[in-house]
Design a protein around this ligand. Structure first.
Ligand SMILES: Cc1cc2nc3c(=O)[nH]c(=O)nc-3n(C[C@H](O)[C@H](O)[C@H](O)COP(=O)(O)O)c2cc1C
Ligand code: SF4
Ligand code: SF4
Length: 259
């Protein structure tokens, strides 16, 4: 079984590809929290986690999932994680191991298009295309490693310290206070449908952020076809990055990449 979390599509892309290369089955953590049922199926005795790194650590939902009391019984004897990142995942793998309360047998990171529009311009079309192509080849290697149950997990003090220093800022930035839809919003409802945290409701033809905090995954900002969602005025002039794939059971990415 592969459990994945994805905001803008990179990790879903990686999870689906890994599932097809290893003969496994991928489940969305957000859909499980949303009430979707799942069966213990796919590769026996192997459990994978695929997710983006946030502030050198875990997305809140991944952490919440990893500590679920019943999860331990579902885990295989071989547990791996593949962390997608813009540049550096630091010790996010060690954070997962800690949350699961067990060791991780294999950890890999994948540099993929950067989506963090709140801090800087996300990867433009050319850069994104090149990164996805490279990630695609690296996934072939990772899947071979998994198929032969390679053991590879190294804990480094420098990575742990970097994660310890940066991760607290994630919780601060998870506030929904600064999101708004500007006059370009046409009320299509896509942001509400894509939000993995069910934090958005369309009210009076515009999105309303219903929770004080969300995953901060940037799916809403990046996927809005009108570029109508902002997080303060900072995001107005920035590009957007999203792999639009509304059929979650098929890996058919359609890139919406406007920079
Ligand atoms: C809130 C947030 C924090 C991020 N922090 C990091 C980081 O610490 N290091 C890094 O290399 N990339 C960081 N990124 C980039 C994402 O991890 C990267 O683009 C990832 O592949 C996105 O995956 P997704 O499309 O499945 O959501 C961050 C992105 C977001 C939205
Ligand atoms: S996706 Fe954009 S245009 Fe559609 S409802 Fe949301 S903010 Fe408005
Ligand atoms: S509100 Fe936007 S940033 Fe927050 S979890 Fe939903 S889609 Fe992601």
């Amino acid at each position: 079984m592969i459990f994945y979390f994805s905001g803008t599509g990179n990790s879903r892309f990686a999870a689906m590809k890994l599932a097809s290369l290893t003969g496994d089955k991928a489940y969305s953590i957000a859909d499980i929290f949303g009430g979707d049922s799942f069966k213990k199926e796919g590769l026996p005795n192997v459990t994978g986690f695929v997710f983006p790194v946030y502030y050198f650590g875990l997305p809140e939902m991944v952490k919440r999932f990893a500590v679920l009391p019943g999860l331990r019984d579902l885990l295989g004897s071989y547990v791996y994680c593949v962390i997608t990142c813009g540049a550096n995942p630091a010790a996010a793998d060690a954070a997962l191991a800690k949350a699961l309360g067990r060791e991780i047998n294999y950890s890999a990171s994948l540099v993929m298009p950067d989506n963090y529009v709140i801090a800087y311009n996300p990867s433009g079309p050319e850069k994104a295309k090149a990164a996805l192509k490279e990630a695609d080849s690296k996934l072939e290697i990772i899947s071979r490693d998994i198929n032969r149950r390679k053991q590879s997990f190294t804990k480094k003090i420098s990575k742990t310290l970097a994660s310890k220093a940066l991760y607290p800022f994630y919780n601060l930035f998870r506030t929904t206070l600064f999101y708004y839809a500007d006059d370009n919003c046409v009320g299509c409802g896509l942001c509400e449908r894509l939000c993995p945290d069910k934090a958005i409701e369309i009210k009076g033809g515009k999105p309303d952020w219903m929770k004080y905090k969300c995953q901060h995954c940037t799916a809403c900002i990046n996927a809005c076809p009108q570029k109508a969602i902002q997080f303060t005025a900072l995001t107005k002039k920035r590009g957007r990055y999203y792999i639009l794939n509304l059929n979650k059971n098929k890996n058919e990415p359609r890139e919406s990449n406007d920079n």
